[in-house]
Design a protein around this ligand. Sequence first.
Ligand code: SF4
Ligand code: SF4
Length: 436
Amino acid sequence: MTGPGLISLFCFLITAAYFLRGGMCAGVVLCMGLAFFSFSRRGWLRRSVTFLLQVSLLFWGAEAWRLARLWMMEGGPFLFWTSIPAAALLLHAAAILWRRRGEKNLPVPELARSRVFSVSVLLLFLLDALVPFRLLMGERILPWQGANGLAILLLAWWGGYCAEGLLNPQTSPRRRQVMWTVFASAFFLQFLLGVTVAPSLLMTGKLHIPVPFMMISGPVYREEGFFMLALFSVSVLMAGSSWCSHLCYFGVWDCLAAASSRRKGHPVPGGKKACDWRWFSLAAAVGIPLLLSVWGVPLGYALAAAFAVALTAPFAWKRSSENGVREYCSRFCPMGLAASLLGRLSPWRMRVRETCTGCMRCASACRDLAISRGGGACRISRRCTLCRDCISRCPHGALSLGMAGPFSSVPSVRADMYFVTLVSVMHVVFLATARI
Ligand code: SF4
Ligand code: SF4
């Protein structure tokens, strides 16, 4: 690995020097980190470094083109304008070819880990470079732009680690819970520190009520502020109802309450018969703020009403901790209903194969009241949040994640890998950027 490692190191050092000249400290730290990783023998990291070298090659190609156009417009010595990017391009091409010669096929979990790491690094770097305000977590905590480079590497590593665990059916339920708790804790910790001692940890400095129904009630009352609703909709269109099992900053507390129950592991009858107040909640989440807005009720009173409603959530969590199911999410949250309806437009679905005997062991893993029995087999209802916890519970291997519509021919192993890669990258981006 010494040869390809050395040449990759030079490539990243050249790119780091370019960023240093442009004052992009995050890019410098990131390239130095990748230069260090160039010598790694771990399959997923080697593959990631090669991918990021390809991205760097594209960057130098664009830079060479920009300088060549400048030369054509302004004249001057052609060699002076183009020699450095051309040399960087050649070096990158040689490094990529050399590295690819030694690469082997990776097992699915390592492949997913590599993809999550690479895509997270790329997305977070672009967000840091293009967004004109402090967006990433690193610079919010340490007021130096280089901190973002380190944060990007750490968060991308964390995303890859989560993805690898999610692809193992035995470790998936625990890993999902841990990653979700980490995200929600970082979100609320920033909120608490932001309103008490460090306002830089808040997004706008304006106080919000961080409960999901406010995503819809807030814009209805104010007739503006649709960002969170748009973010929610795009996330659900991409990852389906897994918003409610991987990404929501609020639902995790209900999940932890249900997981703490002594009744955990007992099957709970789900499906259509389970009591569902969510249509009523959705109507209230739209109708009440609309009326308050039409009647001209001042913002302070509207916020107080929303706060009073939000205070009822702990009562639902208490019931969750008694019953072992997510009472708030699966019976009351309007955004949970919105996620399951809008999620039908995404391609992700849980599948039940013919090998299902209707033993209902899977139902003991489902905290969302999504599994019922029908026709001698289990049925998965619209309440499913794609948590995938039930897959490992089936002794007959009858459950899997699949894709619908034009992607229905994708094998479930591939579908699972694509899904896990997607939610892990979304988790990393949310973790790096989300704040109130
Ligand atoms: S049901 Fe509501 S609170 Fe629960 S995870 Fe979904 S959006 Fe969040
Ligand atoms: S049916 Fe399976 S994947 Fe869907 S919510 Fe229940 S446990 Fe999770």
